[in-house]
Design a protein around this ligand. Structure first.
Ligand code: NAD
Length: 247
């Protein structure tokens, strides 16, 4: 039997990148997976990869859609809040709309999802919430990630607070802080920079002490551990997985 056998897991942003790798890792570990994303085509191709994955379109910025989804999802043992949006720029390059959009996708989404899922977890006496933060947060000041880092620091506060409030009632809540991981959104950001693509990739890999970017599967392995009962003594912790970038 697998490390997540018998568990029901809900994931956001499971269509691509880290969320997709994690949905597959959860399913391979024996979980029943409800994978959500804003992109229905990406979900269809994910569902085709494993019979334990069912999918539903969910925009995490829509609180009514979150309430409706959780209301019909049945029991949820594991929640992986993976959706996130990277705004690039200093404070001077961040307008109010970008600031608000960053908080809406990266933080408000977790407020609504945790709040919707927690009562069921408490009723059943347990659950594991895993929230996606980043090294670019309260851990490390990273240039041109002003709004993003503010939101990911908020994720850390939200995570530790939930962990403290429900530690005696069986619900664990932990955060993951990756360094730079090669995913479709990073590829888009490199393309958006324009110019010399090879130099753009070098600028991302040069800041990595290991000389390479992370792989989505290397983050999924940590999410799987935190979701599973192997991590039953672990809550309120902030897990850095960054190839030594912040060391
Ligand atoms: P990705 O671009 O590979 O995948 C993002 C997915 O999110 C896509 O499938 C997209 O359709 C979906 N999405 C976008 N807006 C959405 C919305 N409103 N509602 C639901 N889904 C939506 O992303 P990734 O690089 O794997 O990043 C996943 C998470 O990991 C994010 O929270 C990101 O901030 C965090 N993270 C990534 C890195 C990195 O280097 N890639 C580093 C640290 C943290």
């Amino acid at each position: 039997s697998g490390r997540l056998s018998g568990k029901h897991a809900l994931l956001t942003a499971a269509g691509a990148g880290i969320g997709r790798a994690t949905a597959l890792a959860f399913a391979q570990a024996g979980a029943s997976v409800l994978a959500t994303d804003i992109d229905g085509d990406a979900l269809a191709s994910l569902a085709a990869e494993h019979p334990s994955i069912t999918t539903q379109v969910l925009d995490v910025t829509d609180p009514a859609a979150i309430a409706a989804l959780v209301g019909t999802a049945g029991s949820i043992d594991v929640l992986f809040n993976c959706a996130g949006y990277v705004h690039a720029g200093t404070i001077l390059e961040t307008d109010e709309a970008s600031w608000k959009r960053s908080f809406s996708i990266n933080v408000d989404s977790m407020f609504h999802l945790c709040k919707a899922v927690l009562p069921g977890m408490l009723e059943r006496g347990g659950g594991s919430i895993v929230n996606m933060s980043s090294v670019a947060s309260s851990i490390k000041g990273v240039p041109n990630r002003f709004a993003y880092s503010a939101t990911k620091a908020a994720v850390i506060g939200l995570t530790r607070s939930i962990a403290a409030d429900f530690v005696a009632r069986g619900v664990r809540c932990n955060a993951i802080c990756p360094g730079t991981v090669k995913t479709p959104s990073l590829e888009q950001r490199v393309r958006a920079l324009g110019g010399d693509q090879e130099a753009a990739w070098r600028s991302f890999t040069d800041r990595q002490p290991m000389g390479r970017l992370g792989r989505p599967e290397e983050i999924a392995a940590l999410a799987l551990y935190l979701a599973s009962d192997e991590a039953s003594f672990t809550t309120g912790t902030i897990h850095v997985v960054d190839g030594g970038w912040s060391n």
